[in-house]
Design a protein around this ligand. Structure first.
Ligand SMILES: NC(=O)c1ccc[n+]([C@@H]2O[C@H](COP(=O)([O-])OP(=O)(O)OC[C@H]3O[C@@H](n4cnc5c(N)ncnc54)[C@H](OP(=O)(O)O)[C@@H]3O)[C@@H](O)[C@H]2O)c1
Length: 329
């Protein structure tokens, strides 16, 4: 197999605008099919993006023998259901974040996925495929900032559109599910460990009934992480990483533009340094890394266990807010 043949479940904005065009630039991926609940919509997007096949239902796409792997960018409440259906149809699955609505649901997916050891499955935390994040982890491992002690993250935007999937509680809306999940994923990635206990404070939109502001502390065995995520706040994203002997700042940490170089700032006892990275598209890299794992039958970069662990922290934060105190993970 030279290239993995991809099918896309739905005409989701993230798929049409970012992920499909990026994967079409990849060396290991070919997008061959797209499905929508509305056949006309599927045709229209297929024409626009030069995709060979358009299906009027997700089921039809899963029946196709010409699709090896499925990208699942459905609303959050459909992630587990359709990822399981895709596995049952013999397809590898790249599923959007957050992997599930709850830790229990994520575990159900893991349980199902283990029945198909020949199929790969991964949560689409695209940021992890950017060389900049690999460098941050490398710097920490090499002791460039001494001992890692705390990670501070912030991710926000303003969107109170009641029709948006992010503002519907039954679809797994809210800031923690949409973007706070990155602020949990990042310190877990950098500490290479899991938090032992968490505490969170949330604000719920009285009309939309979704959580629109979360601030949290995650306690790790060797340090801590703090973050704020919000969906009705001015747009901002940043991550700062502090060690006993230095710090790393990552501007536009989660979705930097692919058109221009990205940087990170390192400051330690030996001075200050700006480290620059060639322009690259993290969605292209994500697709290629996943496809390569299929082609080589090797491990995916991030196993499903990681997605389940991230979901566990989200659940613990919800519990903390409800109970009003620290919750063990
Ligand atoms: N990794 C990233 O950078 C990133 C960025 C944005 C979003 N995401 C994730 O990607 C997913 C989709 O986000 P999005 O903003 O692209 O969503 P969106 O534009 O609202 O698209 C969701 C799609 O799901 C399909 N769908 C099936 N059942 C539906 C229902 N009951 N209600 C609404 N849509 C339904 C629709 O496609 P059809 O009508 O064609 O069937 C719809 O276009 C979310 O899980 C989100 O967290 C990830």
């Amino acid at each position: 197999m030279n290239k993995v043949r991809w099918g896309v479940l739905s005409t989701a904005k993230i798929a049409v605008k970012d992920v499909i065009p990026a994967m079409q630039q990849g060396t290991n991926s070919k997008v061959v099919a797209i499905a929508s609940r509305d056949p006309e919509k599927a045709e229209k997007v297929a024409d626009k993006l030069g995709i060979e096949k358009a299906y009027g239902s997700y089921e039809k796409l899963l029946e196709s023998n010409e699709v090896d792997a499925v990208y699942n960018p459905l609303p959050n409440h459909l992630h587990v259901n359709w990822s399981i259906k895709a596995l049952q149809a013999g397809k590898h699955v790249l599923c959007e974040k957050p992997i599930a609505l709850s830790h229990v649901e994520a575990q159900q997916l893991l349980f199902e996925a283990r029945k198909y050891p020949g199929l790969k499955i991964m949560e689409a935390f695209m940021y992890r495929h950017h060389p900049r994040w690999k460098k941050v982890r490398e710097l920490i491992r090499s002791g460039a900032i001494g001992e890692l002690k705390t990670v501070r993250s912030f991710f926000s935007y303003f969107n109170d559109d009641p029709d948006n999937i992010r503002n519907k509680p039954e679809m797994g809306g809210g800031s923690l599910m949409d973007i706070g999940c990155y602020c949990i994923s990042v310190p877990r990635f950098l500490f290479e460990d899991e938090p032992t206990r968490v505490i969170g404070s949330m604000e719920i939109d009285p009309e939309l009934k979704i959580e629109r502001l979360t601030s949290a502390i995650l306690s790790f065995p060797s340090g801590s992480a703090t973050f704020t995520s919000a969906t009705q706040l001015t747009r901002h994203q940043s991550v700062s990483v502090f060690g006993t002997e230095g710090k790393i700042e990552i501007p536009m940490p989660f979705n930097p533009t692919s058109e221009i170089p990205t940087v990170l700032h390192l400051e330690n006892n030996t001075g200050e340094e700006e480290i620059s990275f060639e322009p690259c598209n993290q969605y292209t890299l994500q697709g290629d890394h996943f496809s390569k794992a299929i082609i080589d039958d090797s491990n995916v970069p991030t196993g499903l266990e990681d997605a389940v662990a991230n979901m566990k922290v989200i659940d613990a934060l919800n519990e903390s807010n409800n109970e009003g105190g620290w919750v063990s993970c």
